[in-house]
Ligand binder design. Structure first.
Ligand code: FAD
Ligand code: NAD
Length: 466
């Protein structure tokens, strides 16, 4: 039987990063993945394919709606080749997952394909085409998550679908009903909206992206409505039924009146849940929480000292970069180091256009905690860079401590917000004040000037360009 210092179950961004870091630290490492391609949800059916389709659909929309204004005339009709769009997406996925194979080889990590399940706290059986058993001094559970649904919904995966099917549709929906105005619903909703579908979002809460800053939710809602999304907030879905090629969704609105939506596809995007099926955690004595998450302490260690867990299968934001940080954290912990993760500084991004990005506390959180804060906000439309590219929607908002001026949160809606948020993360990691940012030179013309201007606004109404 092969023996390892560390075995990792699951090869998503949590698992594969943990494996690389363990190998870098000199540990004999194995990774177990039930699918034949590595990379988990993120690389196969999550982050990467959704961004590939967002990019393709964005190009199409630009060609149809904006090229003319730029003085670019395209003779003839601009057409979508959905099959090609989906196969380009798949090529991006294949190249990316292939990259993980390379990294495993480079770092001399043994890859096992099959379902990993505990026999006891130090033995894992792997059931796949070539079943085997391995021994591991330490194990890291990185089994990720799966889409959640509602108890009364029968996902047929043809017309009543999750994000996984939405990434490989064979036709553009005429009317896509999206249940859940969160990250997946809005990103994939926007892909098909751009390609010509009517998109109706049915959201239970009174705002979309409800965990983000309320000002951001409001702005994104306004912009998406301008893009002709049909937003139905405060709607409680009570039934989803398929009749032939139609899907009928019934919901109660705020007033308790029944509202019926009829479409040809329904994307159920109401969150994801931790995935531990087949893991046989009980054989190792590993405890799960009431919500089915693997229970861990501050060292990401389970109740069984040699078993750790990371990523979507434990508490916290379900984000690839959070899983990656935890992968590194656990590898270094096992190696006897004392790593640290500041969960307050894990940024969140929604890759709609305009993009949404945030780090730190929201206004709602600061109010609830009774923290005195000041706000500096600057609209994207006031930037020369925004006018040049005609990306006028959105704003940057800097929240700073009223007394010390330390930046407590940065929230933005706008072109390239996903990349811009890194500046806020660095600033907050070094506990910068709003004044620090306001005194740093930002290249002109760039979208990042909005961060400087919002910081100037926070330091006392000193924005220069409004
Ligand atoms: P996963 O990536 O879920 O990987 C877990 C792996 O474990 C899987 O490959 C699974 O097959 C394997 N596994 C499970 N059980 C076993 C077993 N018993 N034996 C062997 N293998 C097993 N996050 C972002 O940060 N940015 C984004 O842009 C983004 N976009 C997303 C878009 C979509 C459509 C979706 C669905 C998710 C997106 N996410 C995004 C979330 C991101 O994909 C997850 O947070 C991330 O993949 C979690 O990583 P993980 O390593 O914890 O688990
Ligand atoms: P989410 O938590 O972002 O959004 C789910 C939405 O569904 C919420 O707005 C919620 O209020 C709503 N909802 C819940 N129950 C409902 C009901 N009965 N009727 C109507 N609405 C209901 O979840 P998601 O969009 O499914 O994404 C799952 C996870 O994947 C998220 O945690 C997210 O972090 C991750 N993800 C991240 C990215 C990214 O980083 N860009 C992209 C996609 C997914």
């Amino acid at each position: 039987m092969n023996s390892y210092d560390v075995a990792i179950i699951g090869s998503g961004p949590g698992g594969y990063v943990a494996a690389i870091r363990c190998a870098q630290l000199g540990m004999k490492t194995a990774i177990i993945e039930k699918y034949s391609t590595l990379g988990g949800t993120c690389l196969n059916v999550g982050c990467i394919p959704s961004k590939a389709l967002l990019d393709s659909s964005h190009h199409y929309e630009d060609a149809v709606k904006h090229f003319e204004e730029h003085g670019i005339d395209i003779p003839g009709e601009i057409k979508i080749n959905l099959e090609k769009m989906i196969s380009r997406k798949q090529a991006v996925v294949d190249q990316t997952t292939g990259g993980i194979d390379f990294l495993m080889k480079k770092n001399k990590i043994d890859v096992y394909v099959g379902i990993g399940s505990f026999k006891d706290a130090t033995h894992i059986s792997i059931v796949g085409e070539e079943s085997t058993e391995i021994e591991a001094k330490h194990t890291i559970i990185a089994t990720g998550s799966k889409p959640s649904t509602l108890p009364f919904i029968k996902l047929d995966k043809e017309r009543i679908i999750t994000s996984t099917e939405a990434l490989k549709l064979k036709e553009i929906p005429k009317h896509l009903i999206v249940i859940g105005g969160g990250v997946i619903g809005l990103e994939l909703g926007q892909v098909y909206k751009r390609l010509g579908a009517e998109v109706s979002v049915v959201e239970y809460m009174d705002r979309i992206v409800p965990t983000m800053d309320a000002g951001v939710s409001k702005e994104l809602n306004k912009v998406l409505k301008k893009q002709k999304f049909k937003m139905n907030l405060s709607h409680k879905v009570k039934s989803v039924e398929r009749k032939g090629d139609e899907v009928i969704v019934k919901a109660d609105n705020k007033k308790g009146e029944e509202v019926t939506f009829t479409g040809d596809y329904c994307l159920v995007a109401v969150g994801r849940h931790a995935y531990t099926d087949g893991l046989n955690a009980e054989a190792a004595g590993v405890k799960l929480t009431d919500r089915g998450l693997v229970d861990v302490n501050e060292h990401l260690q389970t109740n069984v000292p040699n078993i750790y867990a990371i990523g979507d299968v434990i508490k916290g934001a379900m984000l690839a970069h959070k899983a990656e940080e935890e992968g590194t954290f656990v590898a270094e912990t096992i190696a006897g180091q004392k790593p640290h993760i500041d969960y307050n500084l894990i940024p969140g991004v929604v890759y709609t256009w305009p993009e949404v990005a945030a780090v730190g506390k929201t206004e709602e959180q600061l109010k609830e905690a009774g923290v005195a804060y000041k706000v500096g906000q600057f609209p994207m439309r006031a930037l020369g860079r925004s006018r040049a590219s005609m990306d006028l929607d959105g704003f940057v908002k800097v929240l700073a401590d009223k007394t010390t001026d330390e930046i407590l949160g940065v929230h933005m809606v706008g072109a390239r917000a996903a990349d811009m948020i890194a500046e806020a993360v660095v600033a907050m990691e070094y506990r910068a004040s709003a004044e620090d940012i306001s005194r740093m030179s930002h290249a002109h013309p760039t979208f990042t000037e909005a961060i400087k201007e919002a910081a100037l606004a926070a330091t006392g109404d000193r924005a220069l360009h409004i």
